[in-house]
Design a protein around this ligand. Sequence first.
Ligand code: PMV
Length: 317
Amino acid sequence: MPAISASAPGKIILFGEHAVVYGQPAIAIPVTQVAARAVVMARPTATSGEVLIDAPDIQTISLLQDLPAEHPLARILRILQAHLGLPAYPAFHLRVTSTIPIAGGMGSGAAVAVAILRAVSAFLNCPLDDATVNKLAFESEKSFHGTPSGVDNTVITYAQPIYFRRGQPFEKLATAAPHTFVIADSGQPGSTAEMVGAVRQRWKTDPRQMETCFEHIGEIVQQARSALESSQTRGLGSLMNKNHSFLQQIGVSTPFLDALVKAALQAGALGAKLSGAGGGGNIIALVETSNAEQVAARLSIAGAVRTIVTTLKPHSL
Ligand code: PMV
């Protein structure tokens, strides 16, 4: 068996996070820079019958059999093993690396899952198609935070801009013009499970108010889709600002994320919002390409621990 490697991109949610869990649409795009990628290599090893996992970014070097069942890498490998109907894995060495910040709202868990599923299935000579990779990565997401919408695993599996509605086939999104975004990592981890749980608690307490916010967010997503398809960059910026204010209302922003959004706007961004589950993680700002470095620098001064400039290229279907 030859060594096999596979990789998967990070992602950002442009519009619709949280509301997407309640049936509203969302728009997400892959982040294809090397600065945000999970890379996995599976290769044969001389040791018989043992799977050695080496994941330096999460300080894990262990035999699979010694990892606790709830360890994220063990869970993904068990999901794949069950899918393939394998009584046991043959011996191999699995190296997992990722430059996607963990708990940063950029889909690090889903990207690692997708890259592992692809590398290990190909290594075992049973390569999976995209639909199966997506389904198994969704199972992995569910094992971490009960009620994921599925947007993360879908955008990462297919590595293209998507318009997504929970439980429905996703739509590839055509984009008419290039759009440049600055992603700024707050350096504060945000737990998707906790944030989704907190929103559910608020929804139980005040369903009317929360549903109203979700519906407004859904309308913003529809308008954003039209803006993306027709290259109305400025319209898109103000839709991001509006989406952020609804995310504040549902309680998932933080003073620091708000400060980063403000800093981006003061530096001339066309719009900005938190992206992902919130409570930490990152914000994204839509910028003129010529202003990207200036906005990134301003975000660093405001306390962002890392910035990435990414361009969404025009995409036809
Ligand atoms: O994993 P994150 O932080 O990108 O958040 C996922 C987006 C949510 O809408 C908050 C949850 C979901 O499952 O869609």
